[in-house]
Design a protein around this ligand. Structure first.
Ligand code: FES
Ligand SMILES: [Fe+2]
Length: 332
């Protein structure tokens, strides 16, 4: 995982008031819970006392209470009460659970994975998607892949006429011009990758190289926000968003949302969203079936694969990912 990034790890609805939830994300067992104000805390699931899972505990006021010996931990991970030592005794500083800077936005829960900072960059989000105004529905799925493979699949423009030959890749547009990729560094250092597709029927022509093409005068079809948020921009009011929550080196939890802003009548809207979700689930399963077979599980800049011109966006992703990994090593 690339350090020093905001990662989407859960949807808001998964962290219910009054009930801690245990999940594996970022290769670690974590627990997420809400305090009495609804603020979410994400912390290590392991109790520092004798290692019980805090996710099996109960909430007591603004503390999470371990199910084993009743130690109570606040949202900063500090022990506030050790029942066996009595209410009057201050718990020792060492009785501390590791917590992660946590934010909630647009019904996603983000954690900061990396060194703590005085000031954090803004949360990644596509400004063209108005979460409040659009309606949306989420599909959730578990993929047996490292999240980098899932990300790369969404930047892979070669696979459309093969993996999706009977859905979004109909028409046998196998020849890939470019594609044109642009990386934008946003305030705070966040990286946004824009991608324009130009696939054609192969009629014997030679595909244009990215250098022969310029940035088109239209919105990018695909956008990817490092480290794990992607969208396809189908129309101003129609977007599909994917978040790839890393579980561990071989597993990823996928959140797929279809956002739309043009069908607004209550029942019609729900029917439309349901049909979109069903259609998207067919497409995403076509991807999953192939991506789960890829080896090695985790992609790398020098991973021994023989890439071709149309793989440019994947190469760009790998380059940036490698640079971020190296920068984090230098700092730490
Ligand atoms: S293991 Fe959690 S309080 Fe003892
Ligand atoms: Fe696909």
């Amino acid at each position: 995982m690339i350090p020093n990034q905001w990662y989407i790890i859960l949807e808001s609805s998964e962290v219910k008031p009054g009930k801690p939830i245990g999940v594996t994300r970022m290769g670690e067992k974590l627990v997420a819970w809400r305090d009495t104000q609804g603020q979410v805390t994400v912390m290590s699931e392991r109790c520092p006392h004798r290692g019980a899972a805090l996710s099996a505990g109960k909430l007591k006021g603004d503390c999470l209470c371990c199910p084993f010996h009743g130690f109570e931990f606040d949202s900063a991970g500090r022990a506030r009460l050790i029942p066996a030592n009595g209410r009057k005794t201050q718990p020792p500083q060492a009785m501390q659970v590791k917590t992660y800077p946590t934010r909630e936005m647009n019904d996603f829960i983000f954690i900061w994975w990396g060194a703590p900072r005085a000031e954090y960059p803004p949360l990644p989000w596509f400004e063209v998607i108005d979460h409040q105004r659009c309606s949306w529905m989420t599909l959730r799925d578990h993929w047996k892949v490292h999240y980098s493979r899932a990300v790369e699949n969404q930047l892979d423009v070669l696979h459309l006429p093969f993996v999706h030959h009977n859905t979004i890749g109909r028409g046998n547009l196998t020849l890939v011009n470019g594609p044109v990729t642009e990386i934008k560094e946003l305030p705070g250092g966040s990286l946004l990758l824009n991608l324009w597709l130009d696939n054609e029927l192969d009629q014997g022509q030679t595909p244009l190289s990215p250098r022969q093409m310029s940035i088109p005068n239209r919105s990018p079809l695909l956008q990817f926000f490092f480290p794990n948020l992607w969208q396809i921009w189908l129309a101003d009011d129609l977007h599909i968003v994917l978040a790839f929550a890393p579980v561990d080196d071989e597993n990823t939890f996928v959140y797929l949302r279809n956002y739309q802003g043009f069908v607004t009548a209550p029942i019609l809207r729900d029917v439309f969203n349901l049909f979109s979700a069903v259609g998207n689930s067919v497409i995403i399963r076509q991807d999953k079936r192939v991506v789960e077979t890829q080896l090695p599980k985790r992609s790398a800049l020098k991973g021994g694969e023989v890439l071709v011109q149309g793989d440019g966006p994947i190469i760009e992703y790998r380059r940036r990912r490698q640079a971020l990994l190296e920068a984090a090593q230098v700092q730490s």
